[in-house]
Design a protein around this ligand. Structure first.
Ligand code: COA
Length: 177
């Protein structure tokens, strides 16, 4: 398996992957119609947004098949407007889940982000999964979620010593979910 930047030709495979990975709503477990998988639509919208960062959209490819995808886009910590990253969606094809693909993608994304001088990564996800990557409840870092109801599922990790607390704001397509 290799991890590389997503290319324009990967878009259809990435959309199909997220439709399968998020076929069940991660919050409720309810099965969804493929056309109603918001994570798949979100990735398409993020690519068109000013917050898209091509070096932070990565695919895992095995035997020429895209088996995993992760993206981080430009967000901000308000009221200062300090640049930060919003991680997600992250998805792995159901057939290959729990074989380490997600782990490799998250580590690769964090390494690229750190090398690029990013200071903070925030995400909404399962704390049990993200804790091992150094994420903590964002409130422990002085970062408030866009929606306080997200509680400890809104997590963050500092990448540098430059640390500005405040309220996290995602790239615009997240607001249209
Ligand atoms: C979540 C997801 C990206 C993880 O990718 P993956 O390649 O399956 O995960 P990995 O193999 O790297 O790691 C799995 C390990 O993380 C742990 N884990 C904790 N929370 C988990 C969760 N919500 N989903 C999967 N694994 C989880 C498991 O214990 C597992 O370890 P084990 O196999 O020893 O039990 C993938 O399962 C997926 O696409 N799920 C559906 C979409 C989704 O929920 N995306 C994340 C949104 S935040």
């Amino acid at each position: 398996m290799i991890v590389r930047r997503e290319r324009p030709a990967d878009a259809a495979a990435v959309r199909a992957l997220h439709r399968l990975a998020f076929a069940r709503d991660p919050a409720t477990g309810v099965q969804r119609d493929p056309d109603d998988v918001v994570e798949a639509r979100l990735v398409d919208q993020l690519r068109e947004d000013a917050g898209f960062l091509p070096h932070l959209a990565l695919v895992a490819v095995a035997d020429d098949v895209v088996v995993g995808h992760v993206i981080a886009t430009r967000g901000w910590v308000e009221p200062v407007g300090a640049p930060a990253l919003g991680l997600g969606p992250l998805g792995v094809l159901p057939d290959v889940q729990r074989s380490g693909v997600g782990t490799v993608l998250v580590h690769a994304l964090l390494a690229v982000a750190e090398a690029a001088g990013e200071s903070l990564v925030a995400l909404l996800g399962d704390p049990a999964y993200y804790r091992g990557f150094g994420f903590r409840a964002a409130t422990e870092l002085g970062i408030s979620a866009p929606d306080p109801a997200w509680g400890t599922h809104f997590q963050a990790r500092w990448l540098t010593e430059v640390r500005t607390g405040g309220t996290f704001r995602y790239a615009a397509p997240f607001d249209r979910l």
